[in-house]
Design a protein around this ligand. Structure first.
Ligand code: URA
Length: 208
């Protein structure tokens, strides 16, 4: 599937990429490629710095995200913001945040395989245009999709994987941390420190 991504030079992570990303977001805002279009309030395309070196990929919008049109603005997002600030010294303006699905599944059910497949070109283009050094995947769905595996997050986390021109660091979804308590939060913290070290190693400077 191809997308119109503008006519300017699209250097990944560069100004042309930011324009193309905005155009892609405009296109996604009226998307009707799958059944989720009929039940959504807003498309949740993504937010943050289009030139970010760090990108988070979650699962799908929840109720608050659907209402506000922004990713991770509910309770799990608040936890994610806190952990990223405490372990990496970064705010969401320093990163880019997106999901595998851009529309909320009814009742927050799991994404269906055909929905994930239909929505994938948007995320693939976001990854191309932002070209982050490190991608942190949050939970089973994002991690399995990007790594192309069926292994559970509990087995996949704890290390980094080569990904595109950089690295992928899988961690738990913050909603699992909200349910699972201290041990899950501690493992998420360790994963975020791993991501920070990779950013530092790749760029020679603090992640911001
Ligand atoms: N959970 C996700 O995976 N993404 C969001 O944007 C919100 C909650």
């Amino acid at each position: 599937m191809t997308f119109p991504v503008g006519s300017g030079a699209q250097v990944p992570g560069g100004p042309g990429g930011a324009t193309a990303l905005a155009q892609l977001g405009t296109e996604a805002a009226s998307c009707t490629r799958c059944r989720l279009a009929s039940g959504r309030t807003n498309v949740v395309f993504g937010m943050g710095n289009p030139r970010a070196r760090l990108m988070f990929v979650g699962e799908a919008p929840g109720e608050q995200e659907d209402l506000q049109g922004l990713p991770f603005v509910g309770r799990s997002g608040q936890l994610l913001d806190r952990l990223v600030l405490e372990e990496m010294g970064l705010t969401r303006e320093d990163c880019y945040i997106a999901n595998t699905l851009k529309c909320r599944p009814p009742g927050n059910r799991d994404p269906l395989p055909d929905e994930t497949e239909t929505c994938w070109p948007y995320l693939a283009q976001q990854l191309d245009l932002i070209a982050p050094v490190v991608v942190v995947t949050l939970g089973n769905f994002a991690t399995r999709l990007l790594l192309g595996t069926a292994e559970p997050i509990s087995r996949l986390r704890g290390r980094a994987y080569p990904y595109r021109a950089g690295h992928l660091v899988p961690t738990f979804h913050p909603s699992a941390a909200l349910r699972g308590g201290g041990q899950v939060v501690a493992q998420m913290r360790a994963d975020l420190v791993r991501a920070k070290e990779l950013l530092f190693a790749a760029t020679g400077k603090a992640p911001r």
